[in-house]
Design a protein around this ligand. Structure first.
Ligand code: G
Ligand code: G
Ligand code: NA
Ligand code: MN
Length: 249
């Protein structure tokens, strides 16, 4: 049967689950987790979010899947908060551009935080640059500013791959950038990539934004990034996205 038909009942049938990937500091201490949605379909097997998220967007299912992701992540974060070792962790959740079209989205986020008793500053929404296209002064920017006023963090995911001009970036309601892994993969050797990443770090400092380097896979990349002054890292060198059981005890 068609993928879309299966996806329609995936939530009800309990086929979605979450994996988590750590974001670490210079000493490799965990600062927080990024929640990454997974779907295991009895008919189609394990489907990547790179496939089912765009499908969910086309099929009008992204609202419910997005809310499931937020709720699942926040419940997990609430559980971690009970554990002294994990109490300070933040939680990052990816949010699709289309989710912002729902007028209730911003209230829904605040309601989930209230229900799960998560301090808003522990939640970070990861968005891509395209959500801000032609959104200057729009309800979207207003809604995001409202969340930020509560303390919710906003991360610009895949930074450097979109359209942001300097002027644009200056006015965006965001609290962090995540340097896309295409700039990291060759960082230990490529003078060009070193220059780009160094410019990104300088820019982030000037705009008072946090920075996470994504896709760190080797010690050489990690060492170079630390030397360049980067403070937060994510990638297979530290951990792949894993089931929750990998982080218990
Ligand atoms: O986990 P993986 O690297 O396979 O993810 C592939 C893509 O799917 C990434 O761009 C990631 O941000 C996105 N993704 C994973 N989970 C979610 C989710 O819950 N919501 C949205 N909108 N995107 C997600
Ligand atoms: O778009 P986003 O940054 O949310 O994508 C997250 C995806 O990146 C996850 O699905 C995860 O599987 C993948 N990922 C995380 N760390 C690494 C890494 O070190 N190398 C590569 N190639 N992919 C990674
Ligand atoms: Na992300
Ligand atoms: Mn990314």
């Amino acid at each position: 049967i068609a993928l879309e038909i299966s996806l329609r009942s995936a939530l009800d049938r309990g086929e979605m689950f979450m994996q988590y990937q750590p974001i670490v500091d210079r000493q490799q201490n965990i600062l927080g987790m990024e929640a990454l949605s997974r779907w295991r379909s009895p008919e189609h097997g394990l489907i990547s979010p790179a496939q089912f998220i765009p499908l969910a967007e086309r099929a009008g299912l992204i609202g419910s899947i997005g809310m499931w992701a937020l709720e699942t992540g926040c419940k997990q974060l609430a559980a971690w908060t009970q554990d002294a070792e994990k109490a300070a962790w933040t939680l990052s959740v990816n949010v699709s551009a289309l989710q912002f079209n729902a007028p209730s989205f911003f209230d829904d986020v605040l309601n989930i935080l209230t229900r799960t008793r998560i301090p808003p500053h522990k939640l970070i929404l990861e968005v891509t640059e395209n959500i801000f296209l032609n959104a200057q002064g729009s309800p979207l920017q207003e809604g995001i500013r409202r969340l930020m006023a509560h303390g919710v963090g906003i991360a610009l995911d895949d930074f450097g791959t979109g359209y942001s001009s300097m002027n644009y970036l200056r006015n965006l309601p965001i609290t962090r950038i995540k340097i896309d892994r295409t700039f990291i993969s060759d960082i230990a050797h490529s003078k060009k990539d070193q220059g780009i990443v160094s410019a990104m770090l300088t820019l982030a400092k000037a705009l008072d934004l946090q920075v996470v380097a994504e896709g760190v896979e080797t010690t050489a990349q990690f060492d170079y990034l630390k030397e360049a002054g980067c403070c937060a890292f994510q990638g297979y060198l530290f951990a792949k996205p894993q089931d929750i059981s990998a982080f218990s005890s």
